[in-house]
Ligand binder design. Structure first.
Ligand SMILES: *Cc1c(COP(=O)(O)O)cnc(C)c1O
Length: 231
């Protein structure tokens, strides 16, 4: 019997395929990250067996609790990361999406060096300038990127944003559009350690609009696993 999670993955894949066709984008260019926060290892493994190859968590503790119980998969840290917790995940995650301060860059670089690895990071941008959201302001991005140049053990792979929650995803199209413009500005940056490839934006409620505006990494939780009891 087809499970709910597998069925949801099929539906999501169809929706991604459909929007890609409509927008003239190749499906292979879009990376789907299954957001597994609050989900147990059994549920996560079911998703992995169903074809999810990338998972996203927003808390260090949840990564540590589940890491050994989950099938081989690429882990993405998508939530706010405190500097003092970098050491716990530096050798576990493939990418950190939520880099928003030089202090954090410094610590990721230091820990990566200790493990003899280069960490892929995305810079989180607070494009809608919401008080409640993490991320650096658009106007501060240029100087931020220049400062990052000297850290050899991180590679800036792109940008990430969390759009404001709205009923109608059309209301956040403008923010996705702005992110793509910023992304394109730095795509051909000659700065060292910058290799802009990924634009991580779009969640259950707004991923189709995000893809239309140029996202190539989308982070989907609810549409795969059902609604969460807590966040
Ligand atoms: C929870 C979360 C998501 C996924 O949200 P859904 O609406 O459940 O798809 C994506 N990105 C971040 C940063 C999250 O914390």
């Amino acid at each position: 019997m087809e499970s709910i999670i597998n069925n949801n993955i099929e539906i999501i894949n169809n929706r991604i395929e459909h929007i890609c066709q409509k927008a003239g984008i190749s499906r292979e260019d879009i990376i789907l990250i299954g957001v597994t926060k609050t989900r147990n290892p059994d549920e996560i493994n079911e998703a992995i067996r169903g074809g999810i190859g990338n998972i996203g968590e927003n808390k260090v503790q949840e990564i540590l609790d589940k890491y050994d119980k989950v099938l081989p998969v690429k882990w993405h840290m998508i939530g706010h990361l405190q500097t003092n917790k970098v050491k716990y995940i530096i050798d576990k995650v493939d990418m950190i999406h939520s880099v928003d301060s030089i202090k954090l860059v410094q610590e990721i670089d230091r820990r990566a060096k200790q493990h003899n690895l280069k960490m892929n990071v995305l810079i989180q941008v607070n494009v809608a300038e919401e008080e409640s959201k993490f991320g650096i302001k658009t106007e501060d991005l240029a100087s931020f990127l220049m400062q990052v140049e000297k850290y050899d053990n991180i590679i800036i792979k792109g940008l990430m944003t969390v759009a404001p929650y709205v009923e109608n995803p059309e209301d956040v199209r403008i923010f996705f559009h702005r992110m793509k413009q910023i992304f394109d500005t730095y795509k051909s940056s000659p700065l060292k350690n910058i290799d802009m490839k990924f634009l991580s934006m779009g969640m259950t409620n707004d991923f189709e609009v995000a893809i239309e505006e140029g996202a190539n990494m989308i982070r989907i939780g609810t549409a795969i696993f059902g609604s969460r009891n807590y966040i």
